[in-house]
Design a protein around this ligand. Sequence first.
Ligand code: GSH
Length: 326
Amino acid sequence: MNHKSKMSKPDTSASIYKWADQKDGQFRRQVSSFRDFIGSERFPAEKGRYHLYISWACPWAHRTAIVRKLKGLESVIGLSVVSYLMTKEGWHFSTPEETPGATIDEVNGAKFIREIYFKAEPEFSGRFTVPVLWDKKNNTIVNNESSEIIRMLNSEFNAFSTKPQLDLYPQTLRKEIDEINEWIYDGINNGVYKSGFATKQDVYETNVTKLFAALDRVEAHLDGKSWLIGEKFTEADVRLFTTILRFDPVYHTHFKCNLKTISHDYPNLLKHARRIYQIEGIVDTINMTHIKGHYYESHLHINPFGIVPLWNGPDLAHPKVESNVF
Ligand SMILES: N[C@@H](CCC(=O)N[C@@H](CS)C(=O)NCC(=O)O)C(=O)O
């Protein structure tokens, strides 16, 4: 579906699009600002009290949508979804009629995500990122760091969860999970951004080389295994998946990560992505129109005509693979 005609084109000269360092051409992700935890005295777990703001397009926000879904927390934690198009005011809300898959903000009545940040912290001067976990009682942001939000969703709402037995961060595997997360984050999850947002040739080449070295490493690691940590599906798999899902249709082309494709060159990664895609409920968290639309139509400094390539990437629904994680 094409909604381009209804939206104004992003003005990419605005500071919101300046991701790379103007001097050395290197993209550096800012550290998330709100780092409180559910389960603390100020933020006890409660049904209906917390709300997630996400974009279907964003791989970091997608992690939180997946864990909310897998843990059966849809009636416990509300969800608002921004429009996929990022304008110079950042993420904005839209009606589902205007942008299928998006929602208005029924909790705060905001038009832009930045309003949520200013409500929590009037002096906020960082980037207005998704995901955001909002507390309706204290009227503030609990946390805006996806890696921490997924841990809270995993462990803190089990009293209300329909899948309390699913543990994505088991005590005995934490060291192993932390270790693998670290290099996958740096090499792959953030590696695609470091390649795609680089504004100097040598910076791009260094980062894209490291990215494919990390993909080769994870491909070898997955040999003979169902999941990253042997036979147990964990948060590490979720974190890898949201990048791999976007790799061929977006990062390969838009971020110039084109030394290889997942479809043709990484059979173990492809199978791993299929295992996750085929878990019950996961497809409800995937919106390829938002994913492709966001990158190709918002980053006009990279793709000036906003043309969206047709391919959605490999078929992850077929062939069927073993993917029971519950
Ligand atoms: N550390 C954050 C990163 C989130 C992030 O960078 N989100 C992007 C979308 S994919 C964003 O909202 N960017 C808006 C901006 O930088 O202005 C997390 O993992 O939660």
